[in-house]
Unconditional design. Structure first.
Length: 377
Protein backbone atom coordinates (compact mmCIF):
# COMPACT_ATOMS: atom_id res chain seq x y z
CA UNK A 1 0.00 0.00 0.00
CA UNK A 2 2.80 2.42 0.90
CA UNK A 3 4.42 1.93 -2.50
CA UNK A 4 1.15 2.57 -4.34
CA UNK A 5 0.50 5.75 -2.34
CA UNK A 6 4.05 6.96 -2.98
CA UNK A 7 3.72 6.31 -6.71
CA UNK A 8 0.58 8.41 -6.90
CA UNK A 9 2.05 11.27 -4.86
CA UNK A 10 5.11 11.40 -7.09
CA UNK A 11 2.93 11.68 -10.18
CA UNK A 12 1.33 14.76 -8.67
CA UNK A 13 4.61 16.20 -7.37
CA UNK A 14 7.66 14.56 -9.00
CA UNK A 15 10.10 16.44 -6.77
CA UNK A 16 8.49 15.46 -3.48
CA UNK A 17 10.56 13.71 -0.85
CA UNK A 18 8.50 10.82 0.44
CA UNK A 19 9.23 8.74 3.54
CA UNK A 20 7.40 5.40 3.66
CA UNK A 21 6.63 4.32 7.19
CA UNK A 22 4.34 1.25 7.38
CA UNK A 23 2.34 1.20 10.62
CA UNK A 24 0.75 -1.88 12.16
CA UNK A 25 -1.16 -2.59 15.34
CA UNK A 26 -0.61 -5.89 17.13
CA UNK A 27 -2.00 -7.93 14.24
CA UNK A 28 -0.62 -9.12 10.92
CA UNK A 29 2.67 -7.49 9.96
CA UNK A 30 3.68 -6.70 13.56
CA UNK A 31 6.82 -8.85 13.71
CA UNK A 32 8.15 -8.07 10.25
CA UNK A 33 7.50 -4.34 10.50
CA UNK A 34 9.17 -3.85 13.89
CA UNK A 35 12.09 -6.13 13.12
CA UNK A 36 12.89 -4.75 9.67
CA UNK A 37 12.29 -1.07 10.53
CA UNK A 38 14.77 -1.45 13.39
CA UNK A 39 17.41 -3.05 11.18
CA UNK A 40 16.74 -6.51 12.58
CA UNK A 41 15.93 -9.83 10.97
CA UNK A 42 13.02 -12.23 10.50
CA UNK A 43 13.22 -16.02 10.47
CA UNK A 44 10.66 -18.59 9.37
CA UNK A 45 9.51 -21.06 12.03
CA UNK A 46 7.24 -24.10 11.63
CA UNK A 47 4.67 -24.32 14.46
CA UNK A 48 1.28 -25.80 15.21
CA UNK A 49 -1.49 -23.81 13.55
CA UNK A 50 -4.88 -22.96 15.07
CA UNK A 51 -6.34 -26.28 13.86
CA UNK A 52 -3.32 -28.31 14.97
CA UNK A 53 -1.75 -28.67 11.54
CA UNK A 54 1.72 -27.26 10.95
CA UNK A 55 1.97 -23.73 9.54
CA UNK A 56 4.85 -21.46 8.59
CA UNK A 57 5.07 -18.60 11.08
CA UNK A 58 7.81 -16.05 11.64
CA UNK A 59 9.94 -14.79 14.49
CA UNK A 60 11.48 -11.32 14.36
CA UNK A 61 14.54 -9.92 16.09
CA UNK A 62 14.66 -6.25 17.00
CA UNK A 63 17.77 -4.64 15.55
CA UNK A 64 18.66 -1.79 17.87
CA UNK A 65 17.63 -2.90 21.36
CA UNK A 66 20.47 -3.40 23.87
CA UNK A 67 19.05 -6.76 24.95
CA UNK A 68 18.32 -9.56 22.48
CA UNK A 69 14.67 -8.79 21.79
CA UNK A 70 12.38 -11.25 20.01
CA UNK A 71 9.30 -9.94 18.19
CA UNK A 72 6.39 -12.38 17.96
CA UNK A 73 3.15 -11.93 16.06
CA UNK A 74 0.38 -14.20 17.31
CA UNK A 75 -1.47 -13.87 14.00
CA UNK A 76 1.33 -15.70 12.17
CA UNK A 77 0.70 -18.79 14.31
CA UNK A 78 -2.99 -18.52 15.25
CA UNK A 79 -4.50 -15.89 12.99
CA UNK A 80 -7.96 -16.02 11.49
CA UNK A 81 -6.48 -16.19 7.98
CA UNK A 82 -5.02 -19.60 8.89
CA UNK A 83 -8.49 -21.05 9.47
CA UNK A 84 -10.48 -21.87 6.30
CA UNK A 85 -13.97 -20.32 6.35
CA UNK A 86 -15.58 -23.74 6.53
CA UNK A 87 -13.42 -24.72 9.51
CA UNK A 88 -13.85 -21.67 11.71
CA UNK A 89 -14.83 -22.62 15.23
CA UNK A 90 -13.16 -20.85 18.19
CA UNK A 91 -14.37 -23.64 20.48
CA UNK A 92 -11.69 -25.83 18.82
CA UNK A 93 -8.93 -23.51 17.60
CA UNK A 94 -5.78 -23.16 19.69
CA UNK A 95 -2.94 -20.72 20.43
CA UNK A 96 -0.43 -23.56 20.90
CA UNK A 97 1.70 -22.23 18.04
CA UNK A 98 2.18 -18.94 19.88
CA UNK A 99 3.70 -20.82 22.80
CA UNK A 100 5.94 -22.69 20.38
CA UNK A 101 7.16 -19.36 19.00
CA UNK A 102 7.92 -18.16 22.53
CA UNK A 103 9.82 -21.38 23.22
CA UNK A 104 11.80 -20.94 19.99
CA UNK A 105 12.68 -17.39 21.04
CA UNK A 106 13.94 -18.69 24.40
CA UNK A 107 15.97 -21.40 22.64
CA UNK A 108 17.59 -18.69 20.51
CA UNK A 109 18.61 -16.64 23.54
CA UNK A 110 15.86 -14.02 23.81
CA UNK A 111 16.24 -11.72 26.82
CA UNK A 112 13.05 -9.78 26.11
CA UNK A 113 9.91 -10.49 24.06
CA UNK A 114 7.55 -8.11 22.29
CA UNK A 115 4.34 -9.91 21.35
CA UNK A 116 1.60 -8.54 19.12
CA UNK A 117 -2.02 -9.54 19.78
CA UNK A 118 -4.48 -9.09 16.95
CA UNK A 119 -6.25 -10.73 13.99
CA UNK A 120 -6.71 -13.98 15.92
CA UNK A 121 -8.76 -17.02 14.98
CA UNK A 122 -8.88 -18.29 18.57
CA UNK A 123 -10.68 -17.77 21.86
CA UNK A 124 -8.86 -20.05 24.33
CA UNK A 125 -7.49 -17.40 26.76
CA UNK A 126 -3.98 -18.47 25.77
CA UNK A 127 -4.44 -21.98 27.16
CA UNK A 128 -2.84 -23.56 24.11
CA UNK A 129 0.05 -21.09 24.30
CA UNK A 130 0.63 -21.88 27.97
CA UNK A 131 0.35 -25.65 27.44
CA UNK A 132 3.19 -25.46 24.91
CA UNK A 133 5.31 -23.89 27.67
CA UNK A 134 4.57 -26.52 30.32
CA UNK A 135 1.35 -25.42 32.04
CA UNK A 136 -1.40 -28.01 32.48
CA UNK A 137 -5.14 -27.28 32.39
CA UNK A 138 -7.11 -29.95 34.23
CA UNK A 139 -10.76 -30.90 34.61
CA UNK A 140 -12.43 -32.13 37.81
CA UNK A 141 -11.11 -35.68 37.27
CA UNK A 142 -7.53 -34.48 36.87
CA UNK A 143 -7.43 -35.09 33.12
CA UNK A 144 -5.91 -32.51 30.79
CA UNK A 145 -8.40 -30.46 28.81
CA UNK A 146 -8.50 -30.77 25.03
CA UNK A 147 -7.44 -27.86 22.84
CA UNK A 148 -9.78 -24.96 22.15
CA UNK A 149 -11.78 -22.35 23.99
CA UNK A 150 -14.82 -24.60 24.37
CA UNK A 151 -12.99 -26.82 26.87
CA UNK A 152 -12.39 -23.97 29.34
CA UNK A 153 -15.93 -24.31 30.68
CA UNK A 154 -14.73 -27.59 32.28
CA UNK A 155 -11.55 -26.12 33.78
CA UNK A 156 -11.05 -27.10 37.43
CA UNK A 157 -7.34 -26.47 38.07
CA UNK A 158 -4.29 -24.82 36.52
CA UNK A 159 -0.98 -26.54 37.27
CA UNK A 160 1.85 -24.13 36.49
CA UNK A 161 4.59 -26.19 38.15
CA UNK A 162 5.98 -27.27 34.78
CA UNK A 163 6.26 -23.78 33.28
CA UNK A 164 9.53 -23.24 31.40
CA UNK A 165 11.80 -21.70 34.08
CA UNK A 166 13.59 -19.47 31.57
CA UNK A 167 10.50 -17.26 31.39
CA UNK A 168 11.13 -15.96 34.91
CA UNK A 169 14.05 -13.89 33.59
CA UNK A 170 12.49 -12.77 30.29
CA UNK A 171 10.07 -9.81 30.40
CA UNK A 172 7.19 -9.96 27.92
CA UNK A 173 5.45 -6.85 26.62
CA UNK A 174 2.20 -7.30 24.73
CA UNK A 175 0.98 -4.84 22.10
CA UNK A 176 -2.81 -5.01 21.98
CA UNK A 177 -6.09 -3.16 21.89
CA UNK A 178 -6.51 -2.28 25.57
CA UNK A 179 -10.22 -1.56 25.05
CA UNK A 180 -11.04 -5.27 24.72
CA UNK A 181 -12.01 -6.98 27.97
CA UNK A 182 -12.10 -10.68 28.73
CA UNK A 183 -15.75 -11.13 29.71
CA UNK A 184 -19.06 -9.32 29.96
CA UNK A 185 -20.99 -7.20 27.48
CA UNK A 186 -17.71 -5.65 26.25
CA UNK A 187 -15.95 -9.01 26.38
CA UNK A 188 -14.18 -10.81 23.59
CA UNK A 189 -16.62 -13.73 23.24
CA UNK A 190 -19.65 -11.57 22.54
CA UNK A 191 -17.76 -9.03 20.49
CA UNK A 192 -15.55 -11.19 18.30
CA UNK A 193 -16.35 -14.90 18.52
CA UNK A 194 -19.17 -14.75 15.91
CA UNK A 195 -16.80 -13.49 13.22
CA UNK A 196 -14.50 -16.40 14.09
CA UNK A 197 -17.31 -18.86 13.41
CA UNK A 198 -19.06 -19.27 16.76
CA UNK A 199 -22.79 -19.87 16.91
CA UNK A 200 -25.00 -18.23 19.55
CA UNK A 201 -24.63 -21.30 21.77
CA UNK A 202 -20.91 -21.31 21.06
CA UNK A 203 -20.61 -17.71 22.22
CA UNK A 204 -22.37 -18.60 25.48
CA UNK A 205 -20.05 -21.56 26.09
CA UNK A 206 -16.98 -19.45 25.35
CA UNK A 207 -18.21 -16.80 27.76
CA UNK A 208 -18.64 -19.43 30.49
CA UNK A 209 -15.17 -20.75 29.75
CA UNK A 210 -13.52 -17.35 29.93
CA UNK A 211 -15.32 -16.59 33.18
CA UNK A 212 -14.14 -19.94 34.51
CA UNK A 213 -10.57 -19.25 33.40
CA UNK A 214 -10.58 -15.88 35.21
CA UNK A 215 -11.82 -17.49 38.43
CA UNK A 216 -9.38 -20.42 38.38
CA UNK A 217 -6.43 -18.20 37.40
CA UNK A 218 -7.21 -15.94 40.34
CA UNK A 219 -7.27 -18.90 42.73
CA UNK A 220 -4.35 -20.94 41.36
CA UNK A 221 -2.08 -18.22 39.94
CA UNK A 222 -2.94 -15.16 42.02
CA UNK A 223 -4.05 -13.29 38.90
CA UNK A 224 -6.83 -11.11 40.27
CA UNK A 225 -9.11 -8.87 38.25
CA UNK A 226 -8.74 -10.53 34.85
CA UNK A 227 -12.35 -9.69 33.99
CA UNK A 228 -11.57 -5.96 34.06
CA UNK A 229 -7.98 -6.11 32.82
CA UNK A 230 -7.51 -3.64 29.91
CA UNK A 231 -6.52 -5.75 26.92
CA UNK A 232 -7.36 -9.01 28.70
CA UNK A 233 -9.70 -9.96 25.86
CA UNK A 234 -7.14 -9.31 23.12
CA UNK A 235 -6.83 -12.20 20.66
CA UNK A 236 -9.57 -14.27 22.22
CA UNK A 237 -8.30 -13.78 25.77
CA UNK A 238 -4.64 -14.40 24.93
CA UNK A 239 -3.88 -11.08 26.62
CA UNK A 240 -5.32 -12.35 29.89
CA UNK A 241 -3.47 -15.64 29.58
CA UNK A 242 -0.13 -13.97 28.92
CA UNK A 243 -0.61 -11.68 31.89
CA UNK A 244 -1.94 -14.29 34.33
CA UNK A 245 0.32 -17.18 33.40
CA UNK A 246 3.55 -15.58 32.13
CA UNK A 247 3.46 -12.25 33.96
CA UNK A 248 3.32 -10.27 30.73
CA UNK A 249 2.66 -6.54 30.70
CA UNK A 250 -0.24 -5.49 28.45
CA UNK A 251 0.22 -2.17 26.66
CA UNK A 252 -1.62 -0.31 23.93
CA UNK A 253 -0.17 -1.14 20.54
CA UNK A 254 0.65 2.54 20.03
CA UNK A 255 3.05 2.52 22.99
CA UNK A 256 4.91 -0.46 21.59
CA UNK A 257 4.82 0.08 17.83
CA UNK A 258 5.25 3.81 17.26
CA UNK A 259 8.55 4.26 19.12
CA UNK A 260 9.83 1.08 17.48
CA UNK A 261 9.35 2.41 13.95
CA UNK A 262 10.35 6.03 14.61
CA UNK A 263 7.02 7.44 13.44
CA UNK A 264 6.99 10.49 15.70
CA UNK A 265 10.35 11.65 14.32
CA UNK A 266 9.15 11.34 10.73
CA UNK A 267 5.87 13.16 11.39
CA UNK A 268 7.61 16.08 13.10
CA UNK A 269 9.55 17.01 9.94
CA UNK A 270 6.80 16.28 7.40
CA UNK A 271 4.76 18.81 5.40
CA UNK A 272 1.90 16.36 4.84
CA UNK A 273 0.94 12.94 6.19
CA UNK A 274 -1.02 10.47 4.07
CA UNK A 275 -2.48 7.46 5.85
CA UNK A 276 -4.84 4.70 4.76
CA UNK A 277 -7.19 1.99 6.02
CA UNK A 278 -9.47 -0.58 4.46
CA UNK A 279 -12.51 1.26 5.79
CA UNK A 280 -13.06 4.53 7.63
CA UNK A 281 -16.20 5.16 9.66
CA UNK A 282 -17.43 6.33 13.05
CA UNK A 283 -15.23 3.77 14.83
CA UNK A 284 -12.00 5.03 13.30
CA UNK A 285 -11.33 7.70 15.96
CA UNK A 286 -11.47 5.01 18.65
CA UNK A 287 -7.96 3.61 18.45
CA UNK A 288 -7.72 2.79 14.73
CA UNK A 289 -4.39 3.45 13.01
CA UNK A 290 -5.39 6.49 10.87
CA UNK A 291 -6.72 8.37 13.90
CA UNK A 292 -3.71 7.50 16.05
CA UNK A 293 -1.40 8.85 13.36
CA UNK A 294 -3.55 11.92 12.80
CA UNK A 295 -3.56 12.91 16.46
CA UNK A 296 0.23 12.81 16.53
CA UNK A 297 0.42 14.82 13.33
CA UNK A 298 -2.08 17.31 14.75
CA UNK A 299 0.21 17.85 17.74
CA UNK A 300 2.98 18.85 15.33
CA UNK A 301 0.70 21.02 13.18
CA UNK A 302 1.01 18.69 10.18
CA UNK A 303 -2.08 18.20 7.94
CA UNK A 304 -3.35 14.68 7.28
CA UNK A 305 -5.13 13.05 4.33
CA UNK A 306 -6.67 9.59 4.66
CA UNK A 307 -7.43 7.06 1.93
CA UNK A 308 -9.96 4.28 2.46
CA UNK A 309 -11.33 1.40 0.44
CA UNK A 310 -14.77 2.29 1.70
CA UNK A 311 -16.17 5.20 3.68
CA UNK A 312 -18.80 4.15 6.19
CA UNK A 313 -21.45 5.78 8.31
CA UNK A 314 -20.22 8.50 10.63
CA UNK A 315 -16.88 8.90 8.88
CA UNK A 316 -17.03 12.66 9.46
CA UNK A 317 -16.04 11.97 13.07
CA UNK A 318 -12.45 11.56 11.91
CA UNK A 319 -12.11 15.30 11.30
CA UNK A 320 -12.15 15.83 15.06
CA UNK A 321 -9.25 13.38 15.32
CA UNK A 322 -7.07 15.45 12.99
CA UNK A 323 -7.83 13.96 9.58
CA UNK A 324 -8.42 16.88 7.24
CA UNK A 325 -9.98 14.96 4.35
CA UNK A 326 -10.92 11.40 3.42
CA UNK A 327 -10.87 9.90 -0.09
CA UNK A 328 -12.29 6.56 -1.23
CA UNK A 329 -9.97 4.49 -3.40
CA UNK A 330 -12.80 2.48 -5.02
CA UNK A 331 -12.89 3.71 -8.57
CA UNK A 332 -15.80 1.57 -9.76
CA UNK A 333 -18.48 -0.79 -8.47
CA UNK A 334 -16.81 -4.14 -9.23
CA UNK A 335 -16.75 -7.60 -7.59
CA UNK A 336 -14.40 -8.04 -4.63
CA UNK A 337 -11.84 -10.07 -6.54
CA UNK A 338 -11.65 -7.37 -9.22
CA UNK A 339 -11.39 -4.63 -6.58
CA UNK A 340 -8.45 -6.43 -4.97
CA UNK A 341 -6.73 -6.80 -8.34
CA UNK A 342 -7.23 -3.12 -9.13
CA UNK A 343 -6.28 -1.91 -5.63
CA UNK A 344 -2.65 -0.79 -6.25
CA UNK A 345 -3.64 1.25 -9.31
CA UNK A 346 -6.73 2.69 -7.60
CA UNK A 347 -4.76 3.64 -4.50
CA UNK A 348 -2.09 5.36 -6.58
CA UNK A 349 -4.70 7.27 -8.60
CA UNK A 350 -6.52 8.41 -5.46
CA UNK A 351 -3.30 9.52 -3.77
CA UNK A 352 -2.36 11.47 -6.89
CA UNK A 353 -5.72 13.23 -7.10
CA UNK A 354 -5.74 14.02 -3.38
CA UNK A 355 -2.33 15.68 -3.56
CA UNK A 356 -3.28 17.52 -6.74
CA UNK A 357 -6.21 18.94 -4.80
CA UNK A 358 -3.92 20.03 -1.98
CA UNK A 359 -1.50 21.69 -4.42
CA UNK A 360 -4.34 23.38 -6.30
CA UNK A 361 -5.73 24.76 -3.04
CA UNK A 362 -2.29 25.96 -1.98
CA UNK A 363 -1.86 27.70 -5.32
CA UNK A 364 -5.21 29.47 -5.04
CA UNK A 365 -4.41 30.58 -1.49
CA UNK A 366 -1.03 31.94 -2.56
CA UNK A 367 -2.60 33.81 -5.48
CA UNK A 368 -5.23 35.39 -3.25
CA UNK A 369 -2.57 36.50 -0.79
CA UNK A 370 -0.81 38.44 -3.56
CA UNK A 371 -3.83 40.70 -4.10
CA UNK A 372 -6.02 41.72 -7.12
CA UNK A 373 -3.18 43.19 -9.21
CA UNK A 374 -1.13 40.02 -9.06
CA UNK A 375 -4.15 37.93 -10.04
CA UNK A 376 -4.83 40.16 -13.03
CA UNK A 377 -1.24 39.88 -14.17
Amino acid sequence: MAEAIAAGLLRASPGAQIVRCPVVDGGEGFACTLALRSGGTVEQVTVSGPLGREVEAHLGWFGTAPARTAVIEMASAAGLRLVPPNGRDPLRTTTRGVGELIRRALDRGAKRILLGCGDSGTSDAGAGMAAALGIRFLDASGSELPEGGGALADLARIDASGLDPRLAAVPIEVACNTRILLTGSAGVARGFAPQKGATSEGVRRLERGLERFAAIAARDCGALGLDALPGGGASGGLGAGLHALLGARLRSWQEVVLPGIGLEREIAIADLVVTAEGGIDAQTPHGKIPAVIARRAQAHGVPVLALAGCIGEGAGAVHGAGIGAVFSTLGAAVPLAEAIRRAPADIAWTAEQALRGVLLGAGISALRCQGPAARAA
